[in-house]
Ligand binder design. Sequence first.
Ligand SMILES: Cc1cc2nc3c(=O)[nH]c(=O)nc-3n(C[C@H](O)[C@H](O)[C@H](O)COP(=O)(O)OP(=O)(O)OC[C@H]3O[C@@H](n4cnc5c(N)ncnc54)[C@H](O)[C@@H]3O)c2cc1C
Length: 210
Amino acid sequence: MQNDEILFDIPLRDLNSWRVGGVVDQFYFCTDKEKLSYNLQKRNFKLPIMFIGLGSNTLFRDGGFRGTIIAMHKGLNHIKLEDQLFYAESGVSCSKLAKYIARLGYANSAFLAGIPGTLGGALAMNAGCYGSETWDFVDKVLTIDQNGIEHLRKKEEFDIAVPGPLLQLLLGDGAKVVLEGQQVASERLDQLGFSFRYPTLASALAAATS
Ligand SMILES: Cc1cc2nc3c(=O)[nH]c(=O)nc-3n(C[C@H](O)[C@H](O)[C@H](O)COP(=O)(O)OP(=O)(O)OC[C@H]3O[C@@H](n4cnc5c(N)ncnc54)[C@H](O)[C@@H]3O)c2cc1C
């Protein structure tokens, strides 16, 4: 696939770990954030836009996606250390970031090695394991909006995903709406005989936090 060019009618199965999904109308492999910003400013992408990393937490519909998918993995993949803070681009894989941090002698990042996605995905999901979560270690995030404008945001400006049991404590029965309100079934996975160990978000959260 060509980098930083808008491609048309690309099969989604190549863009997620589950190898499922139909065709996306437009696809863009981002390696340069200035070019990304330019294309956003010029309204070159069909809406809606979805950013993806490694596609390890994404199931695409067989009907495909009627918009633009922008892939970040390997494209934006620089890491640097400055004034005791690590700066990593969103396409950096969590395992690469974990190794980079560990080699420089810093602790507490080992959990990232267990997450098979990108930093962008880890931020979107608040990925975590072994008792640590991504956002515990975030100071600020550079984002880009649909007009191509960058924003440097502090951690405090984000609504960070909360574990299910805490939601239940806070919302009582209302937590059901949040935890069980969105369920997606894939006909093809059913046909292939695949079943999820944790079929609902609530059971997955309970297992992850027990
Ligand atoms: C075998 C396996 C083991 C796993 N183990 C764990 C685990 O231990 N802990 C855990 O938390 N998760 C785990 N996961 C889930 C998944 O790996 C993580 O949620 C990971 O953080 C997803 O990253 P990704 O780059 O693959 O995201 P994707 O699947 O590509 O995207 C996930 C979501 O993030 C959004 N997103 C991705 N990149 C960006 C970006 N740059 N900007 C804006 N939005 C973005 C997407 O739109 C989508 O909504 C596991 C998955 C698998 C398959």
